[in-house]
Design a protein around this ligand. Sequence first.
Ligand SMILES: [Zn+2]
Length: 229
Amino acid sequence: MRLDNEELFKFFQSKDIQVLYHANTTQTSVTYFNQNGLLSRGAVENLGLRQTKQSSDEADKILNVWNDVFLDSTDLHSYFGRQNYYGPILFEFDIELIKDYQYEIWITKNNPIYWNKDTPLEERYFQNIAELNNDWGKYSTQKKMITIRNNTSPILFEYVRRVVVDDPRVKIDDEIRLFNETAKIINENVSDGHILKGKFKIRECVNCWCRDNYLNQVGVIDLKRLFLQ
Ligand SMILES: [Zn+2]
C-alpha cells in the first residue's frame, strides 16, 4: 500500500532516521551518474541503458517490483560489518526525499527474494502508517525496504548527501589495484559541475569483514562485476 509521504516523513523523524541508502555496482552507478539520479531496473532497461545483471531480475518482473527503486533505512555494510552484496557504491539520500509527493513509497516486510507469486500484499508490504508504528520493531532492518514504485525517470541527486565507496585494497590480475580503476571510472563520469562532484568518500571500516571477504571469498570475476564497468 502506498504510504502518505508527509506522514511517512514524520514517522522516520520519530525513529531518528535521517538518511536512506542505496548500494549498487560501479557499472549501474555510472548509468545513474550519467542520468543524474537513481532509476528502477525496469526504467534502465526501457531507456536502453547499462546495468549489472542480478540473479533476481526475472523474479522481480513476476513479483511486480521490476519498476521499483529500493532503499534501506540503515547502512547495511556498517550494520552487519561486511560488504553490501548489491555493490560497493553507496548513495546516501537525505530523508527530505520522502516528502516529495511525486514518489510513490511502499515499505516491504521482507526482501522480495523471499516472496513467491502468491504472497498476499499484506504480507509483502506494510499497509498503513499505523501498522508501521505498531510493528516497525517486529521486522529486521534489512527486511524493511523502502521502495519507490513505478519509477520511470531519475530520482534526482539533489537529495544526495554523499556517496561512499568501498576500497577493497586488492589487486587483480597481479598488478591493477582494483580501487584505482573504480576511482578512474567515477572521475571520468562525474566531471566538474556534476551535482555529485565533491560528495564522494572512501569508506573507512572498523571491525569489519569486508576486506577479508573481498580478498578471500568474492573472487576475481565478482570483484570485476562489482567494481568495474
Ligand atoms: Zn567494511
